[in-house]
Structure formats: C-alpha cells, structure tokens
Write a protein that binds this ligand. Structure first.
Ligand SMILES: Cc1ccc(CCc2c3nc[nH]c3cc3c(=O)[nH]c(N)nc23)cc1
Length: 375
C-alpha cells in the first residue's frame, strides 16, 4: 500500500477560488473537482462496477451506519473488505455514521461517549462512538474514512451549535487515537459550526491544528437556503489547508457543484442523481425532465440530444417513459446511467474550464441553458 491519502495541486484558477487537483489513495487517483456517486449499501443502486468504470466514476461512497446494521461489518471484513465484497477496485470513501443515525433513526440519545439509537430496520438498540465508527471503517477497509461527527439540525440555536462542534472536535481526536491503519487509510475531519462564521472558524482552527490528511465541510445541505450555503462556503473554504482535499458533504445539484467548485471545493457527493432517477426524473442540459409526462409518450428522441451516455445513444424518451410507467427495472437503470453520466460529465467540463481559466464563463453558459428550477 502506498502512503495514505495525499492531495496534488495541478492548477489554481485565476478567475476564482477554483482549483484542479488529484487525490492519491491506495486504490487509485481521483481527478478533482470530482463528483462521487453514492453507494450506501455497498452498491450504487442498479449499477455494476463495469458500468461505473465506463462512465469513469473514479471513487464511490458507502456508509458505516448501513453496513454496520446490515450485513454487519464483521461479515464484510471476513469477505476481505468492502472492495472485495462489492468487486470495486477503485477508491472508496465511507461516511462515519453519525449523520445517518440522525436522518434515519427515530430514537437516539447523544452523550459525550457517543450515540445510542434504535436500528431503523428492526428497532434493535445500538451504539455508535468515535471508536466504534473507526472499528467499522477499518473493517470495511475504505481508502477515505470520515471522523465521527454530529451534524446539527437546521436551524439550530447558536449555543447548541457551539457545544456540538466542540464535541465533534473531541470526537475527531478520539478517531485519530483509535485509527488502526493511518499509514494506508486517510481519515478526514469534518468542519461544523452551522451557519455562524465565528463558529465555522472555531471548528476549522480546532481541527486543522490536528493535521488530518483531508477536511470536509459538514452541516450543510440540511434544508438551508442555497444562498446561505454559498455564504458559509465563502468564509469556510479559505480556512481549510490549500494542500489538502476539501470535501463538501451532501452537495450535488448541478448548480451547487459549479458554485462549490468556484469556491475551491474538490469533492462532492449526492444521492440526488440516483434517487431522482428512481422516479424517472432526469437531469438534462436544459434542466430537469420528468419522463412520466404524457408529452414524451411519442417522443422518439434521446433524453438529452447533447448527451453521449449509453442511454441517450441507444434509447428514446418514449421507450424510457414506457419502462418507468410499467415499473420495469431496466427503466431506472437507464435513467440512473444517464443521471450519473450527466454529473460526471459536468465535472469533466468543470475541470476543463478550470484548466482554461474560464470557469465563471462556463457557469454563466451552463445556468443560462439549465432551467434554474433545479433544486
Ligand atoms: C454514502 C454516503 C451518503 C451520504 C454522505 C454524506 C452525509 C452527510 C450529509 N449529507 C447532506 N448533508 C450532510 C452533512 C453531513 C455531515 O455534517 N456529517 C456527515 N458525517 N455526513 C453528512 C456520505 C456518504
């Protein structure tokens, strides 16, 4: 195994805070800014690893919480780790589970020690802590692991956010202490602090003083208005080390990816492309397209005439609409292939625009064409 996770800066954009880079990991390199498909339960829903490689997904995400409650991290470990278990030999990033406890489990209790909660599957009483989250992620063998944090709800009281970020810092310290394999797995800390500039500064200072290989911005994409998210990015990304990867958690609509890249974010994840694909909503260069709409019943053109993906090359809107209406699984495979390709292609064009110092122009052109009804 090579060293843990390192960031290589290729170029910084003259027009904005954007940058071109590479994140080196034991399972390969990620060109940044990058969109990372989400594979919560050890699969990017309906996609095979080969299909993900065809669209050049360079890293995928999976989840400590989900794999802990099913099938159990010990089984994945006995299988030889998550890469072997799901037949994916490129980089994997796993979230630490705290966020999912809050978004999925109805009964939970936070203490300094960790979080007690009920499994959303069978109601079993379970416990996650910094140490447990590290034990699970080490068992999964992911290349990039996230520190165990608390993502405060939005909105949240200033005092609550302050106490929460200070506990998240203490938890990050405990994650560092209990990390079994720092030599070949990168542990990223997660900056919290809600929508308060002084608290974001406090969280960033506390965590960057501990020298993690990478840093994420958490606590966003939790229901706040988009302009507020961009404001937080404006004053938080400059606090993050320029020589380390910057990961904005949970952000993935096309406009947010571009705005995040302009502010110096390197890595993005979002369930959006795969989630909306399941009800037949597609991202196209002129905005969202809801394929169930009757007007597509006899439309024999591709989802997006400007798209070169497998779906747009071989199938019509009419056919995909028929499959989705008939609840045929192949239908959501086709919309998923298209949506993932759309975002991966968008990031290729963003990287090209940074290379040529024209990212702000690219943004204006993209937004003009992309109905801004996207959310
Ligand atoms: C498989 C997988 C799914 C989802 C995620 C990101 C999940 C996610 C957020 N999603 C939206 N906003 C988010 C905020 C946080 C956060 O503050 N902390 C953590 N640990 N995760 C977040 C990571 C991996």
């Amino acid at each position: 195994m090579t060293a843990a996770v390192t960031y290589e800066s290729i170029k910084t954009c003259k027009q904005s805070g954007a940058r071109l880079g590479r994140v080196h990991t034991p399972h390969g390199v990620i060109e940044t800014p990058a969109f990372m498909p989400v594979g919560t339960q050890a699969t990017v829903k309906t996609m095979s690893p080969e299909e993900l490689k065809t669209m050049d997904a360079q890293i995928i995400l999976s989840n400590t919480y989900h794999l802990f409650i099913r099938p159990g991290h010990e089984i994945v470990k006995d299988a030889g780790g998550l890469h072997k278990f799901m037949n994916w030999d490129r980089p994997i990033l796993t979230d630490s589970g705290g966020f999912q406890v809050f978004s999925l489990s109805n009964m939970r209790k936070i203490t300094e020690e960790g979080v007690t909660f009920k499994s959303h599957l069978n109601g079993d009483k379970l416990f996650l802590s910094p140490e447990k989250a590290m034990e699970i992620q080490n068992a999964l063998g992911s290349d990039i692991m996230m520190a165990f944090d608390e993502c405060p709800p939005f909105p949240a009281e200033y005092e609550y956010v302050k106490k929460s970020l200070e506990r998240t810092t203490r938890w990050a310290e405990r994650c560092l202490q209990s990390h079994a394999r720092p030599q070949d797995q990168g542990l990223f800390a997660i900056i919290q602090g809600g929508m308060h500039e002084d608290l974001r500064k406090l969280s960033a200072e506390q965590l960057t003083s501990m020298d993690f290989p990478g840093y994420a911005i958490g606590g966003l994409s939790v229901g706040e208005p988009k302009h507020l998210m961009y404001e937080v990015l404006d004053y938080t990304t400059p606090l993050m080390p320029a020589n380390k990867p910057r990961y904005l958690m949970g952000v993935g609509s096309p406009d947010a990816l571009i705005e995040g890249a302009i502010r110096g974010i390197d890595m993005f994840d979002c369930v959006l492309p795969t989630r909306i694909a399941r009800n037949g909503t597609c991202m196209t260069s002129s905005g969202r397209l809801v394929i169930r709409n009757a007007k597509y019943a006899t439309d024999f053109g591709p989802l997006d005439a400007k798209c070169s993906c497998y779906t747009c090359t071989n199938y019509s809107r009419a056919y995909i609409r028929h499959l989705i209406k008939a609840d045929e699984t192949f239908g959501i495979r086709l919309t998923t292939i298209h949506n993932l390709h759309f975002l991966l292609q968008l990031m290729r064009e963003v990287r090209e625009a940074i290379k040529e110092d024209r990212l702000l122009d690219f943004r204006d052109t993209f937004f003009a064409a992309y109905g801004l009804n996207d959310n």
